[in-house]
Write a protein that binds this ligand. Structure first.
Ligand code: TRP
Length: 452
């Protein structure tokens, strides 16, 4: 075994790496963000473009990140320095660290909402016996308030910090393995309930029947941002993880399975949500509150709905936690290795920065609703800046680096585990990271921000 690896945290077993990476990928991105963006951006056409981006661009970027991390054996910043000494590539790492602190902030806002919903489901208001409840009203009242959303955001980010304090192996793996299958089961049950509601077919049409007239530069950029967000790429999560992966693990296979699993969960979340949206005559375009308004309406139609609601929101919190932990791990690894901080100090610092920002993203739904820049709230700006600007740029530089600047023989060596694995698609991978991905990302990006 490689000696550098012994003093770094290392995932214990193969399933551990996989579970932790899937745990990072699967989270609010699939269940909260994907449905609300698909709803806003026209449904079917968005889904198709998003899936195309995941497999043509996302998967190769993820594999590239694994290569950089496992080769560089360090945090994002150090891995780049290791592979390209005295070159400014480490700036890509710094960009990633910035992105992770911003994403963690608004992620905590949304995950905090799930706590409130777990609590109110205990009060039984999502069950048939509770009588008529206006879920849009319940949501509106809660998420525009000041104290309660702040409290739940704080609870969430502190739990994230707590898990990160215990280190990679013990902290992350344990949760990921058990809970993801459960999330899956819940989504299947809700899809079935949603699909058996009268009028649900419209929702399926919306999700699967593409209307390409809805596509424009902004929609394409959202789909690209969502592909990156959902796969946890473009900012170094997968680079940091790559540095923990064992030298004999199969990188292409891991990247492929993670992408499949992640996309499947997003599609399933769509199936749980859109049929119900149409059956209940709701608006698919209502924005970030979509899941929090639609799912309770489904629970209400189910025997034992309150139990399902409680179970679901608890599992959602944990899925969010396995992602937020991977977000915090990026700056923590950086602070530790570059500034010689203890894991504890590094965790405190990362949590403090994100937490401070999260106060603003949380309040931007209520008291700070009218504080706007480019006609967007603080929340929308943070999400847009991190997901649609920093992540695509990060992904762009990752492929540019491996495709054009790093020795391709070294990349091949890393991907094939020093020639012990046969990777038949390697030439395809090279073609994508050299030509397809950089060009496609750049075009979508420039078009999306209106520069071309
Ligand atoms: N992918 C996670 C989700 O879908 C969120 C996440 C975790 C993430 N790590 C990331 C997003 C790194 C972008 C980059 O919920």
């Amino acid at each position: 075994m490689n000696t550098n690896q012994t003093n770094r945290d290392c995932f214990s077993c193969k399933f551990g790496v996989f579970a932790a990476a899937v745990g990072s990928a699967v989270g609010l991105g699939n269940i909260w963000r994907f449905p609300y963006l698909a709803g806003e951006n026209g449904g079917g056409a968005f889904l198709i473009i998003y899936i195309a981006f995941v497999f043509i661009l996302g998967l190769p970027v993820m594999l590239s990140e694994f290569v950089i991390g496992r080769r560089g054996q360090g945090n994002v910043f150090r891995s780049f320095k290791q592979l390209a000494p005295k070159k400014p590539w480490y700036l890509v790492g710094l960009m990633g660290i910035t992105a992770s602190l911003i994403i963690l902030a608004f992620y905590s806002t949304i995950a905090g909402w799930a706590f409130e919903y777990a609590m109110i489901s205990v009060k039984n208001i999502f069950s048939p016996s509770a009588g008529v409840v206006d879920h849009a009203q319940v949501f509106e009242q809660f998420h525009t308030a000041t104290v309660v959303p702040l409290v739940w955001m704080t609870v969430f980010i502190l739990i994230t910090a707590f898990v990160v304090l215990f280190g990679v192996q013990k902290g992350i793996e344990k949760y990921a393995k058990i809970l993801l299958p459960l999330l899956f089961v819940f989504l299947v049950i809700f899809s079935i309930r949603g699909l058996t509601l009268p009028g649900s077919v419209e929702g399926l049409k919306f999700l699967f029947y593409p209307d390409f007239s809805k596509i424009n530069g902004g929609v394409m950029l959202s789909a690209l941002g969502q592909a990156a967000f959902s796969l946890s790429i473009g900012m170094g999560t997968m680079i940091t993880f790559g540095s923990y992966i064992k030298k004999d693990d199969n990188l292409p296979r891991s990247a492929f399975s993670i992408s499949i699993a992640d996309t499947f969960v997003a599609a399933l979340a769509g199936m749980a949500i859109f049929p119900a949206v149409f059956a209940f005559g709701m608006e698919p375009t209502q924005g970030p509150g979509l899941v929090y308004v639609v799912l309770p309406a489904i629970f209400e139609q189910m025997t034992g709905g309150a139990y399902f609601a409680f179970g679901f929101f608890v599992v959602l919190i944990i899925a969010a936690l396995t992602s937020s932990v991977s977000l915090l791990e990026v700056p923590v690894a950086y602070f530790r290795e570059e500034f010689r901080m203890t894991r504890r100090t590094a965790t405190l610092l990362g949590t403090a920065i994100s937490g401070a920002l999260a106060i603003f993203t949380t309040l931007s739904f209520g008291p700070l609703k009218h504080v706007k820049l480019f006609e967007k709230t603080i929340f929308d700006n943070s999400d847009f800046f991190a997901s649609n600007i920093l992540l695509p740029l990060g992904a762009f530089f990752v492929v540019l680096f491996l495709g054009w600047f790093y020795d391709i023989k070294q990349t091949k060596d890393e991907i094939t585990n020093q020639g012990t694995l046969t990777v038949r698609l390697f030439p395809v991978f090279v073609f994508i990271i050299r030509f397809v991905a950089p060009l496609a990302i750049l075009l979508v990006f420039l078009k999306g921000v209106g520069l071309i």
